[in-house]
Design a protein. Structure first.
Length: 126
């Protein structure tokens, strides 16, 4: 599933590249916009899959443009996050906290597939 690969790749990249700490509340405030953008991306990917199945070229073009804009948004958010927390990219405590906050935020996404949601819920117990 393309969405699943993207979700976990983005999460992995974010955990590795975008680390830092400044308190749970501040970190949560920085993680949320990234998770929101990822959720929008998942929604667009789901819509794009439906448009492809329906062979709706106009809708495919529109959704592809939206997807591109969301990718740009995610890149900007990740760069800003990385700039703020670049000094913490080897902090194990932070990485664990970041992963949990990102996982929690993504679990709020209504566009996750049942399989992705179950996998993420299992991951929370680690």
């Amino acid at each position: 599933m393309n969405v699943k690969k993207l979700l976990y790749t983005a999460g992995f990249i974010a955990v590795i590249l975008l680390s830092g700490c400044g308190g749970n509340k501040e970190l949560k405030e920085k993680v949320q916009p990234i998770a929101d953008a990822m959720c929008k991306f998942i929604d667009i990917q789901n819509q794009l899959k439906t448009a492809v199945e329906a062979n709706d070229s106009v809708r495919i073009d529109s959704l592809t443009n939206i997807r591109h804009q969301i990718q740009i948004e995610m890149t900007v958010l990740n760069e800003e996050f990385n700039a703020k927390y670049a000094d913490k990219n080897n902090d194990e405590k932070f990485l664990k906290e970041y992963k949990k906050l990102m996982n929690d935020a993504l679990l709020e996404c209504p566009h996750l597939s049942k399989e992705d949601r179950e996998m993420m819920e299992k991951g929370m117990g680690e």
